[in-house]
Each structure stands twice: as C-alpha cells, then as structure tokens.
Design a protein around this ligand. Structure first.
Ligand SMILES: NC(=O)c1ccc[n+]([C@@H]2O[C@H](COP(=O)([O-])OP(=O)(O)OC[C@H]3O[C@@H](n4cnc5c(N)ncnc54)[C@H](OP(=O)(O)O)[C@@H]3O)[C@@H](O)[C@H]2O)c1
Length: 267
C-alpha cells in the first residue's frame, strides 16, 4: 500500500479508534494518509501526533459521519476537488453494540447497519473511482461474523455480510489490479469495555487477543500478498475452523449462554 506522489494517499476510515490509529501509524511508514472519523478535533490531534513521527509524509483529514449520505458526499467532494487519488483503502470503522435484539431502538438498528455496511460500501465505491493502477483494499470484518452470535446478532450479521461482499468484490476486480483482503480478528484490546470483555473470556480471551499494531501489520502484509482472508493469530485460526467440527446448534447455545450475560452500547 505504497503511495506514489504528492496527491496519492492511503484512505483510512475509523482512524481515531484503537485499531484505526494502529493502521494510520503502520501506513505512515508507507506514504501519505487520508484519515477520517467523526470528530474534527480528534482527527487534528492524531494528525499532529503522526506528523511528529513522520514529518516527511502528507496527512489530510476530513470528518465524516458514515451514517449520513450528505456527510459522505461532502467528503467525496472534498477529495475530488483536491484531486486526491488512492493507493489503498483501509475500512476500519465499525460499531459493536451488544444486547438482546428486543432492546434495540429503531435508530440503533439503522446506526449499526449504516456504519458497518452501508457507509463502508459507499466509501469503497468512491475510493475505487479514484484508485491508482495498483490498489489494495483491507476491510476489518470480525471472527464474530464466522457464525451467528445471539445477543451480538446485528454486529455478527453485518460482519458476515461484509466478509461475503468483499469476497465477491475480490473476484469482480481480480483482473483489474485490485487486491482485496478481509480481516477477521478475534479480540483486540482497544477500548476499556473491550479489554474487560477479553478478561471476562478467561483463557480463550487471552489466547485470542492480539494488539492493534499486530492486527494492522498482519493485515497490510496479507493484502500485499493478495490473500483473500487474514485471521491474525494462531488461536483465532483454530476458532475460525470450529464450524467445520462443532454443529451449529451447539455453537449457538454456547454463545447465547455466554453473551446473554453481557450488555454494552458504547456508541
Ligand atoms: N476491538 C475488537 O475486539 C475488534 C474485534 C474484531 C473486529 N473489530 C473491528 O475493528 C474495527 C475497529 O474497532 P476498534 O476496536 O478500534 O473500535 P473503536 O476504537 O471504537 O473505533 C471505531 C471507529 O469507528 C468510527 N466510527 C464509529 N461510528 C462512526 C460513524 N458514524 N461515522 C464514522 N466513523 C464512525 C469511530 O469514529 P470516532 O472516532 O468518530 O468515534 C472510531 O474511529 C471495527 O470495525 C470493529 O468492528 C474490533
């Protein structure tokens, strides 16, 4: 994901989050950055932090609420007017509400689907329209999308849809110089509530958890090699194989038992 000139960028969504930051620093080693998240203030602070370590690269930011078509359109217009082109896209933004479906409001259903799916696809379509001849897309899906997860059902379903979509897109773009990798991480200790979740999962949580830096580097290496899928960490590869061995009904009962005890809505 190397940028090629002054107006060439790697585009990163969710840049101010725990994993997005790690992607921003990892990609800064490879060239210019175009960063987005919701808060202009947090983006400016991140830009300053990265610029101190990488003074030679160009860093552009634009705040965008991915749930809003108008906000996305404003970002697209800005990038077009500035003449930006993209060497790569890291789809990192995502929201992980966790509770029984009956406790959702209509707004929260739309919010999660729009960030995780609609916003990500919309930005992908735009980035493709301004891509350079060699273009790489990394999308952060989740191991949670490998099988249905009661009490985490919308998150799990949107991540499964993302994985499915990017597997298809990969084939559509195969002969057009575009590499497409879907990343299925297990736990990543980014926010305090996620760190607590990982602790609560005991040994499995500990084995599965990988740092944001580890996940970002593995993802960038995987897309450079044009891997269809990247599952960072040995134990996560094992977990991803569980569906081949354990029947769905058993897995669902295990997940429902475990996850029904947790509830969080960080967004
Ligand atoms: N942490 C884990 O255990 C884990 C495991 C598997 C997969 N993942 C996935 O990894 C990705 C990053 O997660 P994280 O742990 O780094 O979470 P995080 O720290 O909460 O970061 C989420 C990012 O998404 C952005 N975002 C949320 N709503 C948005 C909206 N409406 N418009 C634009 N951006 C929005 C946030 O922007 P603001 O800065 O504006 O809030 C933030 O930058 C997500 O896709 C997540 O599903 C995480």
């Amino acid at each position: 994901m190397k940028t090629t000139g002054e107006n060439s960028f790697v585009f990163i969504t969710g840049a101010c989050g725990g994993l997005g930051r790690a992607f921003a620093f990892a990609c800064a080693e490879r060239g210019n950055l175009f960063l987005t998240a919701r808060s202009a203030g947090r983006l400016a602070a991140l830009k300053e932090e990265i610029a101190q370590k990488f003074p030679h690269i160009r860093i552009e930011t634009f705040p965008c609420d991915m749930t809003s078509a108008d906000s996305r359109e404003a970002l697209f217009r800005y990038a077009e007017e500035q003449g930006f082109t993209f060497a790569g896209l890291c789809n990192v933004a995502g929201v992980d509400t966790q509770k029984a479906f009956e406790k959702y409001t209509q707004e929260k259903i739309a919010f999660q689907c729009r960030v995780n799916l609609e916003g990500t696809l919309s930005i992908t379509r735009f980035a493709l329209s301004r891509r350079e001849p060699a273009f790489e897309i990394v999308t952060i899906s989740s191991l949670s999308g490998v099988y249905p997860m009661p009490y985490f059902a919308i998150y799990s379903a949107t991540k499964a849809a993302l994985t499915s979509f990017f597997f298809s897109l990969r084939l559509e773009l195969k002969k057009k110089g575009v590499k497409v990798t879907s990343v299925l991480p297990g736990g990543i200790p980014t926010r305090p509530d996620i760190i607590e979740d990982i602790k609560g999962q005991g040994l499995w949580g500990k084995l599965s958890a990988k740092s944001p830096q580890y996940v970002a580097e593995k993802s960038l290496k995987a897309v450079a090699k044009n891997k269809r899928v990247c599952i960072p960490g040995f134990w996560n590869k094992v977990i991803a194989r569980v569906p081949k061995i354990v029947p769905l009904s058993l897995r669902m009962r295990f997940i429902a038992h475990r996850w029904s005890k947790l509830e969080k809505d960080a967004f």
